[in-house]
Design a protein around this ligand. Structure first.
Ligand SMILES: Cc1c2[nH]c(c1CCC(=O)O)Cc1[nH]c(c(CCC(=O)O)c1C)Cc1[nH]c(c(CCC(=O)O)c1C)Cc1[nH]c(c(C)c1CCC(=O)O)C2
Length: 386
């Protein structure tokens, strides 16, 4: 039986990010993942995510855990990517590595968007240098009907990793994540990474019934995965719709938004801020907020002030918090350029109701990790603001 939202909060020991003072006083069952962490009330990442003024500019990096770190490569040697994702001790260690090294303001769970699919029984692998490769792509109504459901028990190793991390992280919040239905569908339908998503779009346009059935199932899988992470103690979630930028706003609204809204809406009362991110989504930012995001992730193509204006104009609602958006390639251009661009981004972020500094997409594998550390140090000297 899936948990209802009320149970979710109880199971988390009432560690709701918006509970303030009440947080430490609330129910604290023996099953709670860790002591209620009073210090999280002031965590810059969480303060900014709910539109407050943090005590320093919060920063974390998508793909901060991974191949840019020598300690990651050393630990992963001889262990496959998916095997690592189902090993709680390894997930704990890899997740902590960038926190120790860079002093970032949030940890992101080391996992992958395909982990819940694998847990549910889909035959796929993550091939180094390529990405997820699916043995039997999903292209028909029968294929969709055969897609297994995810039971929370199947991602228990991930939940265990979250509990280990919550105990280890102290005042640093932990971000959980899932792949959004469209991005997961792209891997399943194409059979692997794709530049044009042509088979995915062909299914979407030619057989909308099957398409919506597929996305509905993927929404259930993503939601079950995220709820398991929240129940185990993550402090925030991010929904990665990395490839949604391949769609026009009209198609996004018709074919994708309702399903992403099912995922984000299913977490509305979970007490954690929800970030919604995609690449090349300048024209979709308003719709991505409407899907149920508290924080909208922005890639490097749209300045943050422009992004905030667009979202507020499209949705008719103020108060948008943005996350981003340094071009990851900038990290190869030398510290002067990095600092200049970081300063510009922090200034542009003041136009929004809150700003979490990040890259516009993930850390590139050849990035010098010392550049990231120096960037964090620099950002922490700047004055945060709305
Ligand atoms: C599209 C997508 C995937 N996975 C993910 C996304 C969405 C984010 C994005 O847009 O980049 C999400 C993801 N994957 C990974 C994380 C870890 C947490 C983090 O530090 O951000 C996160 C958040 C680890 C990983 N996921 C993967 C690696 C590399 C594998 C390895 O280290 O052996 C890591 C560290 C593999 C993977 N998995 C995927 C790709 C495209 C790749 C890269 C393939 C390659 O170039 O080797 C699918």
């Amino acid at each position: 039986m899936p948990l209802v939202v009320g149970d979710l909060r109880a199971e988390r020991g009432g560690r709701a990010w918006d509970d303030g003072e009440a947080m430490t006083e609330l129910i604290h069952p023996a099953s709670a993942p860790a002591a209620c962490r009073r210090e999280l009330v002031d965590a810059p990442f969480l303060v900014a995510a709910r539109g407050g003024v943090p005590r320093r500019v919060p920063v974390w990096f998508m793909r901060q855990a991974g191949r840019s770190l020598p300690e990651y490569r050393e630990l992963r040697a001889g262990t496959g990517m998916l095997a690592a994702c189902f090993d709680p001790e390894m997930v704990r260690e890899i997740t902590l590595q960038p926190v120790r090294r860079h002093d970032v303001d949030a940890a992101i769970l080391f996992s992958d968007i395909v982990v819940p699919l694998v847990a549910a029984g889909v035959d796929l692998d993550i091939v180094a240098g390529t990405g997820p490769v699916v043995a039997e792509p999903i292209r028909s109504a029968a294929d969709v009907a055969g897609l297994p459901e995810l039971d929370a028990g199947q991602v228990e190793p991930v939940a265990e990793a979250v509990r280990l991390l919550v105990a280890a992280l102290g005042e640093t919040p932990l971000i959980g994540f899932a792949g959004a239905p469209f991005t997961l569908a792209s891997y399943l339908v194409e059979g692997g990474p794709s530049r044009n998503h042509e088979r995915t779009k062909a299914l979407m346009y030619a057989d909308p019934g099957t398409w919506h059935a597929l996305l509905d199932r993927l929404a259930d899988i993503a939601l079950t995965f995220l709820r398991a992470q929240v129940a185990a103690g993550v402090d925030a979630v991010q929904l990665f719709d990395s490839w949604a930028g391949a769609l026009s706003p009209r198609d996004y609204r018709e074919y994708v938004l309702p399903h992403s809204a099912k995922v984000l809406g299913g977490l509305a009362d979970a007490g954690v801020p929800r970030t919604h991110f995609g690449v090349g989504t300048g024209a979709l930012l308003g719709a991505m907020r409407e899907a149920g995001a508290d924080v909208v992730g922005v890639d490097w193509r749209t300045p943050l002030d422009e992004a905030a204006r667009r979202v507020e104009a499209e949705t008719g609602r103020g108060g948008v918090v943005v996350q981003g958006n340094l071009d990851p390639a900038t990290l190869f251009a030398g510290d002067d350029v990095v600092r200049r661009e970081a300063t510009r981004i922090v200034d542009e972020g003041r136009a929004a109701a809150g700003h979490v500094f990040n890259l516009g997409h993930g850390v590139l594998p050849d990035t010098d990790p010392d550049v990231l550390t120096r960037l964090v140090t620099y950002l922490h000297t700047l004055t945060p603001g709305k």
